[in-house]
Design a binder for this molecule. Structure first.
Ligand code: SF4
Length: 396
């Protein structure tokens, strides 16, 4: 939010402007692409977006298609690539894909992984030798009971801890030059433990970079208030986490998935703090995605913001969130931050409605809510589960 937009200059949401990202000096300017290798996974997370993938969904991307995809995005100027799934370490061609990405000149080569397979040092070192230089580990608990309950894999916690130790050791030897981070999906079962998770990942595991993303209420979490906490209940815990980081841990700690107007007043009033902590708005790379399309169409068709062609759906992730997966309500039309804020996950509105959302205005360089916060968290509505699934990627 470098310059407050004037009313006349405020974003016309109806025009559905593309590629909107707030200007930020904290953002890596390399263009990123995330390639989904298929939806086979060795975890069964209770909040999984993919629900129950079909056999076709689980099929691995042929290596020739992977090579073509890597060439395509590199030709468009992308220097950063992430492999994700499903679980990318289950992909039979993952080492070859990483090597080919390096051969093409990608300089940031990442895996978004649950890391269980990376406990095998030989496999990890093969990936690093091939060119892997960044890993984002999906991990959602600081204890075995919490992690294993959320991912439904007994023993998974111990395997991930072993993998994290291997990764941190290699980072310290200068091998993971683009970093090692942990990505927590903040949900109804773990959000209260966030300060303890920070202590575990920053102190016990010596991570430098921790990201929390508010759960996206789709797939198994759709219509499930047990897994989806309210913003009102979540924010005080997030405030505590930010204070802990400011005064104690002093590491990279960011969050994503929350609309700006539900953030605490102190954060809204400080551009410096917002840019530091609102990772999805100010830090994430501009990211394109390539994922298997449900239909194989010979000519390009648009589905929302996705271009579907020849068996793949391709879209910009920031656009996908803003225009397809989140919602700007009527109040957002009067909000000075609508150019920066992506809105509210549609699935969240289905459960809790809009009562916590209010437009922001600018006063003396700070954002302020135009109406007070709700005092009581909203009660969940009974939500009918949709019959269709929005099969899309989980980003790092
Ligand atoms: S009113 Fe809408 S656009 Fe403004 S901060 Fe809230 S959710 Fe975002």
């Amino acid at each position: 939010m470098s310059a407050p937009p004037s009313r006349e200059g405020a974003v016309d949401l109806a025009r559905r402007e593309r590629g909107l990202q707030a200007h930020s000096p904290h953002r890596d300017t390399r263009k990123n692409v995330e390639i989904n290798i298929g939806k086979t996974c060795n975890n069964k997370c209770v909040f999984c977006l993919d629900g129950m993938p079909t056999r076709e969904d689980k099929a691995f991307m042929p290596f020739d298609d992977m090579k073509a995809e890597l060439e395509r995005w590199r030709a468009e100027g992308h220097l950063s690539v992430g492999f994700l799934g499903g679980e990318p370490t289950t992909y039979p061609f993952i080492v070859e894909s990483v090597a080919y990405a390096r051969e093409l000149g990608y300089t940031r080569i990442a895996l978004a992984t649950n890391a269980m397979m990376l406990r095998r040092e030989h496999f990890l070192d093969k990936l690093i030798d091939a060119g892997l230089n960044r890993v984002t580990v999906s991990m959602h608990g600081h204890t075995a009971p919490l992690e294993d309950r959320l991912t439904m894999v007994p023993g998974g916690f111990e395997k991930k801890v072993t993998a994290l130790r291997h990764l941190v050791a290699r980072r310290d030897r200068g091998l993971m030059t683009e970093g090692v981070s942990v990505n927590i999906v903040l949900n109804g079962w773990n959000y209260r433990a966030l300060p303890k998770m920070m202590k575990f990942f920053f102190q016990t595991m010596d991570l430098h970079d921790l990201r929390v993303n508010f759960v996206r209420p789709e797939g198994y979490a759709e219509g499930n208030p047990d897994l989806v906490p309210t913003f009102t209940d979540t924010i005080p815990v997030l405030v505590k986490a930010i204070l802990l980081n400011e005064y104690h841990f002093r590491r990279v700690f960011t969050f994503g998935g929350l609309p700006l107007c539900v953030l605490p007043a102190k954060l809204l009033g400080s551009e410096t703090l917002l840019r530091k902590y609102a990772g999805d708005l100010y830090r994430d790379l501009s990211t394109d995605c390539s994922v298997r399309a449900e239909q194989h169409v010979p000519v390009e068709v648009m589905e929302g913001v996705s271009r579907v062609e020849g068996g793949r759906a391709r879209f910009n992730w920031q656009d996908r969130k803003r225009f397809d997966l989140k919602h700007h309500i009527e109040a957002c039309q009067r909000c000075d931050a609508a150019d920066v804020c992506e809105g509210v996950w549609r699935g969240y509105r289905d459960i809790y409605g809009d009562r916590e959302v209010a437009p922001l205005t600018w006063e003396s360089g700070a954002a302020k809510r135009l109406s007070p916060r709700v005092e009581q968290a909203p009660e969940p509505a009974q939500v009918a589960r949709s019959s269709h699934r929005r099969r899309l990627v989980v980003l790092s």
